[in-house]
Ligand binder design. Sequence first.
Ligand SMILES: C[S@@+](CC[C@H](N)C(=O)[O-])C[C@H]1O[C@@H](n2cnc3c(N)ncnc32)[C@H](O)[C@@H]1O
Length: 487
Amino acid sequence: MGKLIYKKQILKDISTESLIKEQLSVFHEHKDKLRAKSYWYKLIDLLNGELSFHNVKSNGYPHNIHSFPAKFPPQLPKVFIQNLTDKGDIVLDPMVGSGTTAVEALINGRMGLGFDIDPLAIKISNAKTSLINESKVIEIGWKIYNRTKKQLSNNHKVLLDEYYSSYPSKTLDFFNFWFLKENQLELFLLQKSIKAIEDDVYRNFFEVIFSSIIITKSGGVSLALDLGHTRPHRVKALIDSERNVLFGEATEKILKKKHLVKLRKSAIEEFRKRISNYTDKDRFNSKYINPKIKFGDSQNLELDNESVDLIFTSPPYASNAIDYMRAHKFSLAWFGYNLEMLTEKRSKYIGAENVLNYKFEKLPGFTTDKINQVKSSDIKKGKVLHRYYSEMKKSISEMYRVLKPGKAAIVVVGSSRLRGIDTETHICLSEIGRDIGFHEPIIGIRELDRNKRMLPVSAKKNITSQIQNRMHEEYVIAFYKKGKGLG
Ligand SMILES: C[S@@+](CC[C@H](N)C(=O)[O-])C[C@H]1O[C@@H](n2cnc3c(N)ncnc32)[C@H](O)[C@@H]1O
């Protein structure tokens, strides 16, 4: 069951006490009125209900075709979509990531809208929500596999010449560093066949299947050890099933350290596995409304005022805790994206660390104090946090603008730690939202399933256990835009 933030154990926290007391008093003041206003009452009920969804399987959905850091369980948006909207309503996720909200909107007969600035996120969300036919996917998949296999039996010298002339030298250096030669050739041929698919929807779908064999927690068919959430490191050794060393040096000492050694996976065989295991029955029904997923910045949405019935989203963590592009370039480079352009893009993500010439926003009291607290320990980190809250202020303002009155934006966030200081992101965002005009926000707590949500792990010991606990939970903030009745 979820807990509301104003429960006792949170009240002990001095720094959040005043804000929470205020929330409580507003809640009590409005209690009778609230009962009458069913939407608001439903919101409180939902935040008090199940928010964690551990050990709940999402089989039968397209949710798992590609890994994505910090995605939330599909049951979370689903319960809000089902309880707060009607069929045909518009559900927006302005930082759509891997499309979890958009998929749930689709499956539940709502009109999903999604924006993101990450090209791979757009591809994944589109692949998960496009109306495609399962047997056609399997037919095309096998054709690609068989063609690639056949090409590999041809003269490799000719194939390699073609490969080397297809990418700029910087990209080839990147591939040489991160991929075994054999896999480079297999990946080149796979992507070549995928590029030749004429239908945009199927081509995009297969690009995502292709990407899913590289970007995994284990680093997939690359030489990276982790493309989930940390800075990727190259394996010390790559071995085959007979323990022959294919890359690096496999001394006894290294072989004992299993986390430094990887077993070679062939790119085309991994591709074949994806096709053989592919099954996806639930979404492909023409009665569903096709969602719209677009490239776009949450701070400046291309949407009309008061046009959305529900927002369900989760922003990046403060201070670039997950650097999406660091991992995503491992597959985007194969589709011809320029590496320098991708690196430059990193500074555009909410929470990025580039603060030079950044125009900071004026923020309310608690949030400003928090930034100053971090600044007094580390001026640069404090500025990074200031940038994050500035960007979130602009994003929350946009949410306010596009929401219809009497509707809510649900924002799922976690706290970060900067120089040992808990950023209390949930409290700061609530304060910012209230400042923008939302009704007093309510905050629910969800326990994180750390095995699933691919979040950065801290091994530091010198932090209080209270902050440690915080990192094991996330917050579900309900921002309610006042309608004619309440408030
Ligand atoms: C925590 S992830 C969202 C995960 C998503 N809820 C899911 O289940 O897959 C945050 C997303 O915000 C995106 N993002 C970062 N800055 C953005 C911006 N300015 N506008 C839109 N999206 C942005 C990132 O690319 C990332 O996909």
